[in-house]
Design a protein around this ligand. Structure first.
Ligand code: HEM
Ligand SMILES: *[C@@H]1O[C@H](CO)[C@@H](O)[C@H](O)[C@H]1NC(C)=O
Ligand SMILES: *[C@@H]1O[C@H](CO)[C@@H](O)[C@H](O)[C@H]1NC(C)=O
Ligand SMILES: *[C@@H]1O[C@H](CO)[C@@H](O)[C@H](O)[C@H]1NC(C)=O
Length: 507
């Protein structure tokens, strides 16, 4: 029956044209006070390609064209972007009934990790898990991290030689932080703690976890944008499966010294009726959420120190001052004491400056009902139900020339006052900023592991500088640009690695 084929095709074409028309010109009928809309040139896709390729460049262009608030059309979705840091609080504290962050989190979990949890409620879950990474529970984590960092960095026979060893700095930072962080949160080998054989097994197992973690990490950006090829989809599937096996509940049950964070999370999953298979999948999501940022942050921090001798000297001087017991080995009591760690103000400034330059998460909300949004300048805009709202603190405050002079430059003492205390006063438009650096997100999005992250990163850098000599292999090599596909997910990664040379100091 060939005849009906023609009308069908015609009908399909006209329905298609109508849909394109609807999607494309829906905005022709504006609400009063809607932010300016930018459709892009490509039907349906709109600005999707430019956004995905390099969000910072794209949004910088849009900001120059439209100002601090505008709506862009991205793959059938309307995304309103707000770039005025004085106005961020109106968004990050808004109720979940109006500006919701669960929906988008669910979409990402499914795309990236193939997980759909029943009754998933990230806000409640986060509130419950938070105490296990902070306050009373922090000292145990800090101690455990120190032990694990020492195991991986100092006790590894491969690093004990005093001959020079070459390695990528990104590779070194990421692997050590993931491995030690993993052992700290997910537990180490059982039985007697100081048995060298068990310490070696921990090194072995954590290295295996990292190998798979890194393979997974390479696919996640494309997965989040649903841009994987068929082959990549297969590869991602298989690496996810390996990790689900490595982190099965049976396996985790055998480790000792699991953190209360993990224990609580597993009990929580059980209590909401999540089956064992699905528990392992959820644990892999947590592995990425907890281990994805600290390693890349250490890479940038160390690279900035190696490229800025003045900054390196200031950090080394401070290190000498705060550790009363100056000799190696680093005294465990001191290196795990919160007061000692908190007294490293020069380091804190270096770290905060590193985060300012390299942390680029989106803060995303789904607009659940048409609603007014009042900005700090008293202007009121209407947000439309079904649209997505997105803040991008990397562009402002972090890289805003009105707030930071030469914002693209690393200045190790930017967050220090002349008297050596912390600098917290920064201004835009003559008004003091509440949010002048937002590496951890804000409001209901804020990172719950940030205090542990700060301690871990300090310990890693302190151990490295105390026990090893390190230098750039090619001191004139430029600081690498970002892998531009990673905007939106936390700390950026470099487009390529930088080789360093390091060796154990003679004792
Ligand atoms: C430099 C290091 C880190 C940075 C810059 C960072 C940044 C962030 C940001 C921006 C978020 C919000 C994500 C969102 O809601 O969209 C977040 C969430 C989170 N972070 Fe961190 N983080 C770091 C290290 C850590 C560490 C070491 C831990 C673990 C102990 C951790 C645990 C978490 C958890 C559990 C969440 C919640 C994830 C969720 O909403 O499901 N983070 N982090
Ligand atoms: C396991 O972790 C505990 C707590 O951090 C630590 O004291 C112990 O030495 C570790 N055991 C091994 C075998 O590394
Ligand atoms: C680690 O676990 C082992 C075996 O369960 C236990 O004997 C030891 O006390 C634990 N260590 C710490 C620091 O909790
Ligand atoms: C793991 O241990 C918990 C409590 O110790 C127990 O309830 C659970 O059945 C164990 N799961 C497996 C798979 O062994």
């Amino acid at each position: 029956m060939p005849l009906p084929a023609i009308p069908t095709a015609l009908a399909a074409a006209s329905v298609g044209a109508f849909l394109i028309y609807m999607v494309f010109f829906r905005r022709a009928k504006r609400f009063p006070n809607e932010p300016p809309v930018d459709m892009g040139m490509i039907p349906w896709l709109g600005h999707a390609l430019a956004f995905g390729k390099d969000a910072a460049t794209f949004l910088t262009k849009m900001k120059a064209k439209h100002g601090d608030i505008f709506t862009v059309h991205v793959a059938g979705k309307y995304v309103t972007v707000l770039l005025d840091p004085h106005s961020y609080d109106a968004v990050v504290w808004e109720s979940c009934g109006k500006l919701d962050f669960n929906e988008y989190a669910k979409i990402l979990m499914k795309r990236m990790f193939a997980v759909q949890l029943p009754n998933y409620d990230p806000a409640t879950e986060k509130a419950m898990m938070k105490v296990h990474l902070q306050n009373k529970n922090l000292p145990a984590l800090t101690k455990s991290m120190f032990s694990n960092l020492k195991n991986i960095l100092i006790e590894d026979p491969e690093r004990k030689h005093s001959t020079w060893k070459e390695e990528g700095l990104f590779q070194l930072s990421y692997s050590v932080m993931v491995r030690a962080g993993f052992l700290t949160l997910f537990g180490n080998d059982s039985a007697d703690c100081n048995d060298p054989k068990l310490r070696a097994q921990d090194r072995q197992f954590s290295a295996d976890i990292y190998k798979h973690f890194q393979q997974l990490d390479q696919f996640l950006m494309k997965a989040a944008r649903a841009m994987l090829s068929a082959e990549e989809t297969n590869d991602l599937d298989s690496v996810r499966k390996s990790l689900w096996g490595l982190l099965s509940i049976n396996k985790l049950n055998l480790t000792a010294n699991r953190s209360s964070w993990l224990e609580t999370y597993l009990k929580h999953l059980e209590s909401v009726g999540v089956e064992e298979d699905l528990q392992a999948k959820a644990v892999v999501v947590q592995l990425w959420a907890t281990q994805g940022n600290a390693g890349p942050a250490c890479f940038w921090l160390l690279l900035f120190l190696l490229k800025n001798p003045k900054a390196m000297a200031a950090v080394e001087k401070e290190l000498q001052e705060i550790f009363k017991n100056k000799a190696r080995p680093l005294d465990e009591k001191e290196a795990t004491c919160q007061e000692v760690l908190d007294s490293a103000h020069v380091f804190d400034s270096v770290f905060y400056e590193t985060l300012r330059l390299t942390a680029a998460p989106f803060i995303t909300r789904e607009v659940l009902k048409d609603m007014p949004l009042r900005l700090a300048n008293e202007k009121e805009y209407t947000l439309r139900k079904g649209d997505r709202l997105c803040l991008f603190p990397y562009l402002s405050p972090q890289m805003d020339p009105e707030i930071y002079e030469d914002p693209e430059k690393f200045e190790y003492d930017r967050f220090l006052k002349a008297d050596g205390s912390k600098k917290t006063e920064f201004f835009k438009g003559g008004k003091k900023l509440k949010h002048y650096n937002m590496p951890w997100g804000a409001g209901s999005n804020e990172c719950i592991g940030r205090f542990f992250a700060i301690n871990s990163i300090k310990q890693f850098v302190f151990i490295l500088l105390t026990y090893f000599e390190l230098e750039l292999k090619a001191p004139r090599q430029k600081i690498p640009s970002f892998d531009n596909s990673r905007y939106g997910f936390g700390i950026m990664q470099p487009a390529y690695d930088i080789t360093i040379r390091y060796r154990a100091k003679h004792s």
